[in-house]
Design a protein around this ligand. Structure first.
Ligand code: MN
Length: 239
């Protein structure tokens, strides 16, 4: 009995090496698990479920659906890159969309799973942007525009954010300890697993006398990896 956690794959047809790693992961590592949690940013961007028939998007859904049919529960969480991924595409993947955060009893240990961007409270500009793009009315209005226009808009936002990131300090783009502690406190001191920061590590937080473990998942920009958790604990695995 074990679960597997991944995030920040940033799958895109422009990155064939990582796409190949992903399909190999679906064929080799994932089938033995009880559950696969994708904690956000499965895709480099997602313009809407009406793009699900594009060959690349369809192939990812087919791969996940095959895994799900084989008996692995596939749980998808939004990241900042794919927050418009909807129920229709999740169904096609044989997956269930789960909210951020989600608290789960994982092989005997209460575990809080998050994408991780909400913990980066030092990045005030990003948090303001996040609040806007998570507004349901804003999302509805955006999704009412043609798919091609949405895609262009997203790519423009992305290049703007890449530019602004270069001016931000490394500390601003990491989680803030206070936000981590607040999340642990609210959920009664669970283990925490998240991605987003691309700084894979195991941290231990002492909060109100409780020792809490925090695992940060690796991104898949160069090679990728996952976290494997069972009743004995979690182990990072590089691909
Ligand atoms: Mn992210």
């Amino acid at each position: 009995m074990h679960s597997i956690f991944v995030s920040d794959l940033h799958l895109s047809p422009e990155r064939p090496g990582i796409v190949e790693s992903f399909f190999r992961f679906l064929a080799d590592a994932a089938p033995g698990a009880d559950s696969l949690y994708v904690l956000g940013d499965l895709f480099d961007y997602w313009a809407g479920d009406d793009g699900a028939d594009e060959p690349f998007n369809a192939s990812v859904a087919t791969g996940l659906a095959r895994l799900a049919r084989g008996g692995v529960a596939v749980l998808l969480m939004h990241g900042n890159r794919d927050l418009l991924l909807g129920e229709a595409y999740a169904r096609r993947c044989g997956a269930r969309l789960i909210p951020d955060p989600t608290l789960v009893a994982l092989h005997g240990t209460m575990t809080l799973v998050m994408h991780g961007d909400t913990l980066c409270t030092g990045d005030v500009d990003y948090q303001r942007f996040r609040a806007t793009v998570h507004d349901p009315a804003t999302q509805r209005a955006f999704l009412a525009r043609p798919l091609g226009e949405r895609r262009e808009r997203i790519l423009k936002w992305r290049s703007e954010s890449e530019r602004s990131k270069q001016a931000k300090s490394a500390a601003i783009m990491d989680v803030t300890p206070a936000a981590v502690e607040a999340a642990l406190r609210v959920h009664a001191y669970p283990r925490l697993i998240h991605g987003h920061t691309h700084r894979p590590a195991r941290h231990v937080h002492e909060v109100d006398g409780h020792r809490c473990e925090r695992w940060v998942l690796p991104d898949w920009y160069e090679r990728g990896g996952y976290l494997r958790c069972d009743a004995a604990g979690c182990t990072p695995v590089a691909l």
